[in-house]
Design a protein around this ligand. Structure first.
Ligand SMILES: [Zn+2]
Length: 75
């Protein structure tokens, strides 16, 4: 997955419309590409990310860490 593909599926990811394989690829790019990580963090969709993290029984650890860090920043 490259950055363009990553950006194209962020919405799908946030809407939980991806299958396990797509999530794995998304995670792989997310964890290895700082640019996209910053982009996702800058998305004004924190509540949706949070909802995704809290409802998933096995959330990607890296995203969970980032969301919780973001929550700390909001407080
Ligand atoms: Zn990227």
């Amino acid at each position: 997955m490259n950055c363009v593909e990553f950006n194209a599926i962020i919405d799908s990811f946030l809407d939980k419309e991806m299958d396990d394989k797509e999530v794995a690829e998304f995670e792989l790019h997310f964890t290895s590409c700082e640019k996209c990580r910053n982009e996702l963090e800058s998305f004004d969709k924190c509540s949706r990310i949070l909802r995704y993290v809290l409802r998933d029984v096995n959330p990607p650890l890296s995203i969970k860490d980032i969301v919780f860090r973001k929550i700390d920043n909001i407080r």
